[in-house]
Design a protein around this ligand. Sequence first.
Ligand SMILES: Cc1ncc(COP(=O)(O)O)c(C=O)c1O
Length: 373
Amino acid sequence: MLNRRREEDSLRTLSAPSDLADFSSNDYLGLAQLPPAPEVGASGSAGSRLIRGNHQGYPEAEAVVARFHQAESALVYTSGYDANLGLLSSVALRSDVLFYDALSHASIRDGVRLSQARSFSFEHNNIPALEKRYRQVFRQGRPEGCEVYVVSESVFSMEGDLAPVEALLEFCRSYKCRLILDEAHAVGVLGPGGRGLASNLGTEGELFARVVTFGKALGCHGAAVLGGSSLREYLVNFSRSLIYTTALPPGSLAQIGRAYALLESMEGQKRMEALQANIRTMALGIEAAGLQKRFTGGASAVFGFTVGGNRPTRRLAREMAGRGFDIRPILSPTVPTGRECLRICLHSYNTPAEIQEVLRILETRVNQSANEQ
Ligand SMILES: Cc1ncc(COP(=O)(O)O)c(C=O)c1O
């Protein structure tokens, strides 16, 4: 297996973060660079949430998160991976059906895989394809009591494009399905005050569940499932990645509260505006350079520059590093073969000059390879 990875140039290795210009972290607003919370109490939580670990930091953080995202309840998990795994593997029963976007994050796919429900992917962001799948699956009618779940990210983590949330909701209304939206890369970036894409539409209440994570724009650690209080109670009872793991330490919970407070402050507003300005600079630059066909995204902090092939993608990432930019290659099997890309993440602290230089290098490369053909 490892040899095959080596041959395909897709061997994963761990390396320390570089001090190059950051175009790769998920720290979209620079909040991960804040100093840790002072006077946080004990350094560990000493148990799982159901056994001694559910310290006071939990209800406090969950109240902050639920209020900010206008949800009936929030349930904090140790990570977004755990949240998706624990939610998806437990809510859909053997008699239910799950439909999920084909480009969903690994944590969604793993959660779906662990579920006992039948599951089907649908073509990325394609509602007619979802409808066709639904009709195929229920050719002989939908059995009594069969719940149907539709799962999508609101901002896709590698491509940076947005889900058609309104159309997904419309589909779910028509076909009586429950919509689950992973807002990991939308929080702090999109929607009023950074509340995410569902809040942008004012449709939070219609969703069955949302997953928000704290390790991206909020710059800390952990995640929450947002939804009704009966969903919360269900998860506390049946969600194995919540039940069977050590709870977050008090410091992590305190940090989540601080990050949300900062997001709501003038400072947070300023950082979100700076990020939005950089997103516009990038989108306009892509257009000016005529690179639209090579890029995915355009309205979020993530842009994908399609290269194709593990080796050429790695080579281009190395070249970007040589020129001072930390931009990571996303290789197959993380993305489907042929869609290997550079994942370019923007931040409130990138400068317009840096963004223009990144685009200039990419434009030169595209022109060079066109001339070589
Ligand atoms: C869409 C999406 N969901 C969930 C996760 C997992 O979140 P965490 O890093 O908190 O485990 C990620 C992380 O990359 C993600 O991109």
